[in-house]
Design a protein. Sequence first.
Length: 113
Amino acid sequence: MGSVLLPTLRRKREVDAAIRDTLDKVLVLRFGRAADAACLHLDDILAKSSWDISKFTTVALVDMDSEEMQVYVDYFDITLVPATIFFFNAHHMKMDSGSSQAAQDGCCRRKML
């Protein structure tokens, strides 16, 4: 079901259009399942904050159970649900919050005293 306040994209062309047509704003795509408790919790947070961030962000939900969405699930290597993907002017923005890959890339190194 998803959020009443946030649009749910169920077709590849809807996601393509959202990525292509969202200009000068960050596009936040939440990939997940409407019946998943963690997704519902995140949807609630996104819906509550959507008005506050609406000047610089567009938020949409993506139904991972749709067969058409598997191309994105594979492309972005989505293994955990929910997954949040960010775009700005049709460019994917990789965000890493302290995973082992970020440490290998030197993103989260701490200065040793």
